[in-house]
Write a protein that binds this ligand. Structure first.
Ligand code: SOE
Length: 391
């Protein structure tokens, strides 16, 4: 048994369940230098928090995150709440000397994300670290794509085509939820799922987006209020509410290394449930990924002879592939939840070594700047909008 890492998790809905699973599972499949303990789960309603503790495997529950952050028997605060509370909770936790894992997008505005990145930089000087939960970085096929780009296997990147497609609000009768309210979620498809592909492409290329030209649309402006909440969309009830976020976001972008990119984020692509599609074309090859076939990566090697050249379908389930050797025999694939487990593994190693885990809050801020530029560009009739500070 190694030193415990006592975790407090704030929020216990969809992301809270995914994080709980990861904290429980990581030490069972990976040798960790610290042993995560699911110490306390926090929710606004004491009864529901207690029920969540039972269901998700937490030792204790509480209804006041401020009290929990002040506890001596908590080492890390895991923020799984809607975006409007990220900055307040994360900054308070860092100032109280707790490490922080915060769900994406980092915040609802650049100002909040900047304050969080500043707090994280101050805390890091004291050996207290913060990480933002762009969990798809830890899908083995994505980690492999990153390695191949880093090794120069596709050469100089020219094009990036990125889309995140879902359909869970395509039905106009799908009820309101916090994800459709600007004051809670910050933005709609843009921040909820577009943020993932912005982070993933910046991560895979090891570059930053330097400017965007964007358009946003809200297709369904009024929706039924929910009668009961579901993990994403609940059941429609009486009355209606106004959707105050985008339903879809499209934008062109430029990367710091000169690549041109297109991005699409929508929750109206009927039939596409969680399609994160990324294609990267370089001077020496291409890569293509789709989360709906998440255990494979497609690789075209420009050096292959013409007669046999073609996209190679790499089944990313070999023990030598990133993270895979800790799981099942070759060919027995992984799922959505494994990215969260890998996130915990990498975070725990970084904390034990006293180094900055990635993606950092500074990385989260970089994504936030892109989201902000998209919103400004769309408001200005798709005018090309440079990202401040990105080169
Ligand atoms: C809903 O669109 C959602 O749960 C996102 O909020 C998550 O970040 C993504 O992983 C799956 O879809």
């Amino acid at each position: 048994m190694t030193t415990p890492l006592r975790v407090a998790m704030v929020g216990h809905a969809f992301m809270g369940a995914a994080h709980s699973h990861a904290w429980r599972t990581a030490p069972r499949f990976f040798d960790l230098p610290l042993t995560p303990e699911l110490a306390v789960v926090v929710g606004r309603d004491a009864d529901r928090a207690a029920a969540a503790a039972d269901r998700l495997g937490w030792a204790d529950s509480a209804s006041d995150w401020r009290e929990v952050i002040a506890r001596d028997d908590v080492d890390l605060v895991d923020v799984c709440t809607p975006g409007d509370t990220h900055a307040e909770i994360a900054i308070a936790a860092l100032e109280a000397g707790k490490h922080v894992l915060c769900e994406k997008p980092l915040a609802n505005s650049v100002a909040e994300a900047q304050a969080m990145a500043d707090a994280a930089a101050r805390a890091a000087e004291r050996g207290v670290f913060a990480m933002v939960g762009f969990t798809y970085r830890r899908v083995p096929a994505i980690a492999l794509a990153r390695q191949l780009v880093e090794q120069g296997r596709i050469g100089q990147v020219r094009h990036v085509r990125a889309a995140y497609l879902q359909d869970w609000i395509a039905d106009p009768q799908a009820p309101m939820s916090w994800r459709l309210e600007a004051d809670k979620a910050g933005s709609g498809a843009l921040g909820d799922i577009g943020a993932h592909v912005v982070d993933l492409t910046q991560h895979i290329l090891g570059e930053q987006i330097t400017g965007v030209a964007a358009t946003l649309e809200t297709f369904v402006k009024e929706r039924p209020l929910p009668s009961s909440a579901g993990s994403l969309s609940g059941t429609a009830g009486e009355g209606t509410g106004t959707v105050s976020v985008d339903d879809a976001a499209l934008f062109l972008a430029r990367f710091s290394g000169g690549a041109l990119a297109t991005f699409e984020a929508t929750r109206f692509a009927l039939g596409r449930k969680n399609a994160i599609r990324i294609e990267v074309n370089g001077s020496a090859g291409s890569l293509a990924f789709d989360f709906e076939d998440m255990n494979t990566l497609h690789f075209f090697d420009g050096a292959d002879p013409d007669e046999t050249a073609g996209f190679r379908r790499i089944v990313v389930t070999e023990p030598g592939h990133p993270y895979v050797g800790h799981w099942w025999p070759a060919g027995h694939g992984l799922g959505y939840e494994h990215g969260f487990t890998h996130q915990v593994v990498d975070l725990v190693h970084a904390l034990a070594e006293g180094v900055q885990p990635t993606p950092s809050f500074a990385d989260g801020l970089a994504v936030q700047r892109v989201l902000d530029a998209v919103t400004r560009s769309a408001a200005d009739n798709s005018t090309y909008t440079p990202i401040p500070g990105a080169f």
